[in-house]
Design a protein around this ligand. Sequence first.
Ligand SMILES: [Zn+2]
Length: 65
Amino acid sequence: MSRSHGGTSAFERLRARLDERSHACEDCGFVDDAGEWDAVTTGATVEYRRECPGCGTEHLRQYRL
Ligand SMILES: [Zn+2]
């Protein structure tokens, strides 16, 4: 089976999945369209962090690679 799309890593697919979600803060409802997730890999998992500009809460998403 040939499914290579040159450059689409699991890493990028996860980020795209995050971007599909609403950027509205779960705590204060602030919508930050320009917000970007900082990705940190820790071996078997990848963590995406983002700080809400509205209330300063740090949001964290963690996925297994
Ligand atoms: Zn917030």
